[in-house]
Design a protein around this ligand. Sequence first.
Ligand SMILES: [Zn+2]
Length: 272
Amino acid sequence: MTNIQRVSASRLACEAMRWHPMGSPGAHNGGHCAMCGHRLDKETPALPLKDAINEKSFTDWTFLARGATHVCGWCARTVTSKAKGYDPNSGKSKVVEGDFTQTYADVVITPEGIFPFRTNQARAWFLLNPPEPPYVLWVKSAQRQHVVWRANVNYSRDLMVFPHGFQTLVVRPAQLERGKEAYDELLRRYQSLPGNKSRKTLFIRGLSRTLESTSHGAFSDRVLEWINQQGDPEIRECLEIVRSLTPGELWALGALTALKDTPQKPKPFVIM
Ligand SMILES: [Zn+2]
């Protein structure tokens, strides 16, 4: 892709949907898109902010670029056009229909299509096998939340940056894999102790899917006591590897540890 820096998440989403941008290049005098913040060049289609959003229902005013008067045609399209399609992974051909950002809540977007990112299976697959760049992914933390135009575009397979609601998560797939191996080894050794066979987690409450738990990623006192008492350097190293994971990687570890099978690549949504 030429001029790779200029691609916004909204544009990638529109291209995956086969949607044309809204507005016209003559509708603005430069500046930046109020939503994605990308520069409006002479050839960039755009429309006035008041025409792109519904002022009565829009609630993300604080995320808009300060002083910007126009919205690029791709951002405008994602918040106004209806999306329709079905998820072939569910086996029910369930039709998803509505405002794009409501329809596609947790997704991975690549030039190949829009993929579901809601189940542990799908999350585990993409977090360990990032798509070819550029790609975008996000997780919504509330039902009515417009995330696409605030999402980061990823240009690396070694570092994934994405919004989880209003937070930004960072996942290094290689470090996540290392963390998973270290966690599995710790758990295996802990479960081998007398009376521990049925213990399912080393953390206080398991890992949070919603990131709302204040104890997300905190080892239980009982586990820390065991690690301190037995003094095995290998176990100590496993603990340090898991502790070096970012909050996003711990969130990802939650998806990985919940799986019993090897994750499979999900099928893209069928756009109608
Ligand atoms: Zn924009």
